[in-house]
Design a protein around this ligand. Sequence first.
Ligand code: HEC
Length: 255
Amino acid sequence: MKKLLTTAIVLAIFYVSHAIAGGDDTETLVRQDWAFEGMTGTFDREDLQHGFQVYKEVCAACHGIKRIRFRELSSLGYNEDEIKAIAAGYEVKVGPDDMGEMYDRAARPSDAFPPPYANDKAARAANNGALPPDLSLISKARVGGADYLYSLLTGYGGEVPAGQEVSEGLYYNPWFPGHQIAMVPPLQEGIVTYSDGSSPSIAEMAKAVTTFLAWAAEPEMETRKQSGIEALIYLAVFSLLMYLVMRQVWSRVEK
Ligand code: HEC
C-alpha cells in the first residue's frame, strides 16, 4: 500500500512538472477553438474553402504545397469539374519530350501543386536571402501547430519592445524565434474577397488559412478519427461478448 502511494505521488509530481515545463513555449500563443481538434473534431468545410482561397491568392506567391495533389481538393467539397478548372489554372513542368526537352502544360487533377520557384536558390534570391518553406506539413512541423500559425499570421504590427533589434528587411513578430522574420506581413484587409462578396478581417483569413494548412498536413485526419471510434465500439462489443462467454464457461464449475 505504501509503495503504491509513493508511486502515485511520484507520478503526480512528474505530470505536474511536465505540464508546467512543457507548456512554456506554447502557453503564450493566441489560442483558438479549432473545429478539427479533439477525438471527434472535423474540418469546417467553409473555412477550408476560404483558407484555400487565401493560400491561392496570397501565400502561393512564395510558398508551395508540393505534397497536395489537385484531386485531393475533393475533400474540401469541390466536385470533379471544379477541380479540373482549378488545376487548369496552374502550369506544371513535365517531360522530357521526344527532343529531350522539358516543357510546360496545364496541370491535371492527378498533378501535385507546382512550386512557386524553380529551386531553393531562386526562392532565396526573391526573398532577401530567406527561404519561404513549403507549407504542406508546416502545421505539424512547428511547436504549437495551428495556434502557432494563427499567432504568427496575426502577430505583425505590434510595438517593438525596447532592446529588440529588428534588422533591415526583417519585420518584428513576437511569435517567430528571434522575434524578427523575413516574411512581409502577408495578410492585409481587403486582400481577398470571398465568393459571397464579403471581405474578411485579418483574423478571419488567418483562421481559414490555418485550417486549410492543418488539413494539408493531415488530409486523412477525419477518416483516421472515424476508424478509431469504430475500433473502440468494436472492442467494447467484443469485450462484452467475451465477458458473457466467460460467465457461461465458468458457470459449470461448482463453487
Ligand atoms: C512575399 C513572399 C511571402 C508571402 C506572400 C508569404 N510568405 Fe510566408 N514566408 C516568407 C518567407 C521569406 C519566409 C521565411 C521567413 C524567415 O525565415 O525569416 C516565410 C515563412 C513562413 C512560415 C514559417 C515560419 C517559421 O516558423 O519558420 C510560415 C508558417 C508562413 N511563412 C506562412 C505563410 C502564409 C500562411 C502565407 C499566406 C497567408 C504566407 N506565408 C505568405 C515569404 C512569404
